[in-house]
Ligand binder design. Structure first.
Ligand code: NAD
Length: 519
């Protein structure tokens, strides 16, 4: 019998023993780098004609590995394998399916630092950020396993004379998971665990920036005993080729996507087209970007607000969909908060994430670096640069944590997702103006409010999927703060929530008439 679900606690890196263990994990993963990794279809590893490389964004001389450049042929065969595996997996009792995920969770607990170290090397995460990512992955595996067992039980219905009525949830079929690179363990594990726990089979196409971490997650499922074909692994140098093909494929039953708004909208539209041979409407989960705001009211605690603003803006270099990239500060406190934000930003230590002392690493790749620098140039035109604003030294894509002050509410840096270490401070004339600006966005993912007297009003009126009062707006925990956004932030699938599995289930209502005298 399982005990109650509990979230995984984070590693305390002030403890020298934990530091030593993590350093050993970095060494272990480093020894494993530079290999060539296959695609895996129906349990069979296949090498491909072409490969592509993954590089450490914090040390461009370090190759993480070579990965199979999968084609549409691999995509077709992987989907086929998933369909072949579907009947047996769907018929596997939920508890048996759950046991495999619980085993995967336990295996990840044992190798926790190894997964985190892979993200330090491949994604440029600091140790605590990587540790939190792995902790969330463990929680997804553990939580969705339990959730699968709960949804497998028939649901109560209103009694009706002469009939036995019931509702049962059953899996959809074979689908695909298309995760992003920024939570390459947690989001990838969660996006596979939920459909699989529910009895579906799938193809995982990891993000091209983090294929090694994707491999580790796939391999964990395999080692935990997932039958061949239930999860198939196809990497691709250009995600649009395998990903796009599977989105459009008439036999794809569901699509679980997390990534940018542009790609998410394209997927949503393409998935809506019914193609020859297709006999269903595809189920689409599309979790997309954000332009998340923290609103600071006139009675806010200045220090708490400033600390939260800096953490929310610069954790993992601002490369989180939940990043608080704009702070809307009441004019009564603006100067004070701005001064503290600058002082706290100055204290961030930039450098190679392999060193535990560094908490501001690189951005993921050249494309991201160029995009962030172009927004910094825009910021220099439309606002006041307070700190940062340049690339930083190091053999990687380092950009200084950058804060702009007195940003106009309609400024581009206050409205467009930058996905990097750039924070816009906006002076607001009062609480009402703050609420209006907070909500005046196409997005609606996370948000924060600092203050006292307007808390209940803020809870009602600030429009976003995950609202945080008097704390940072990042770091949602599984089954504590189910995660998903409104409007152009996505389909609000609430990952890590108790109803999340419904995204991958369909309900069958059964009415059995009790015919008098027939038994
Ligand atoms: P992206 O959209 O560029 O890529 C995401 C995934 O889609 C990758 O695996 C990529 O290979 C694939 N892809 C790209 N083009 C495709 C196509 N035409 N068809 C099918 N697949 C395709 O996003 P990214 O840069 O990896 O991630 C950053 C974005 O993700 C940000 O906007 C961020 O806010 C968002 N994000 C959202 C959440 C959330 O829960 N809402 C979580 C993390 C990241």
């Amino acid at each position: 019998m399982l005990g109650p679900f509990q979230t995984t606690t984070y590693t305390d890196f002030s403890d020298p023993a934990h530091q030593a263990a993590f350093r050993a994990a970095i060494d272990k993963v480093t020894r494993d780098l530079g290999r060539t990794w296959p695609v895996v279809i129906a349990g069979v590893e296949e090498t491909t004609e072409n490969t592509f490389g993954s590089v450490n964004p914090g040390d461009l001389d370090q190759s993480v590995g070579q990965f199979a450049d999968g084609t549409v042929d691999h995509a077709d065969r992987a989907l086929d394998a998933a369909w072949k595996a579907f009947p047996a997996w769907a018929a596997t009792p939920a508890q048996d399916r759950a046991n495999i995920l619980l085993r995967a969770a336990e295996m990840m607990r044992l190798r926790r630092h190894e997964f985190s170290a892979a993200m330090v090397l491949e994604a440029g995460k600091s140790w605590p950020e990587a540790d939190a990512d792995t902790a969330e992955a463990i929680d997804f595996l553990d939580f969705y396993a339990r959730s699968a067992v709960e949804w497998a039980a028939s649901r109560p219905t209103t009694p009706y004379p002469g009939e036995m009525n019931s509702v049962h949830y059953q899996p959809l079929g074979a689908g695909i998971a298309i995760p992003p690179w920024n939570f390459p363990v947690a989001i990838t594990a969660g996006m596979c665990a939920a459909p699989i726990a529910a009895g579906n089979t799938m193809v995982l196409k990891p993000a091209e920036q983090t294929p090694y971490t994707g491999w580790l997650v796939f391999d964990l499922f395999r080692q935990a005993g997932l039958p061949d074909g239930v999860l198939n692994f196809v990497t691709c140098a250009d995600g649009a080729i395998v990903g796009g093909h599977l989105v459009q494929h008439p036999r794809t039953r569901f699509i679980s996507f997390t990534g940018s708004r542009a790609v998410g909208c394209w997927i949503y539209e393409e998935a809506g087209k019914v193609r020859p041979g297709q006999i269903w409407l595809k189920r689409v989960v599309a979790e997309m970007g954000g332009k998340d705001a923290i609103l600071v009211d006139e009675d806010a605690h200045v220090e708490a607000a400033a600390v939260a603003i800096v953490k929310s803006a610069f954790g993992f270099q601002g490369q989180k969909c939940s990043a608080g990239s704009r702070a809307l500060i009441h004019t009564a406190l603006y100067d004070e908060v701005e001064a503290r934000v600058i002082a706290l930003t100055e204290k961030l230590v930039q450098g190679d994430p392999r060193d535990v002392a560094n908490n501001a690493g690189p951005v993921i790749d050249e494309e991201a670096r160029d995009k962030v620098l172009s927004y910094i140039a825009i910021g220099k035109d439309e606002a006041t640069l307070l700190i940062g604003g340049e690339t930083a030294p190091g053999n990687g894509h380092y950009i200084q944590p950058t804060v702009f002050g007195s940003v106009p509410e309609d400024g581009r840096i206050a409205n467009e997702e930058i996905f990097g270490p750039v924070l816009a401070l906006v002076r607001v004339t009062g609480y009402e103006a703050g609420v209006r600006i907070f909500n005046d966005t196409d997005y609606g993912l996370t948000g924060g409010f600092f203050g006292t007297k307007n808390i209940e009003d803020a809870k009602r009126r600030l429009y976003c999927g995950n609202l945080y009062i008097n704390r940072k707006c990042t770091g949602a925990l599984v089954d504590v703060q189910p995660f998903g956004g409104f409007n152009m932030s996505g389909t609000d699938a609430k990952a890590g929530g108790r109803e999340h599995l419904l995204q991958f289930l369909q309900a069958k209502s059964i009415a059995e008439r009790l015919v008098p005298g027939a038994y």
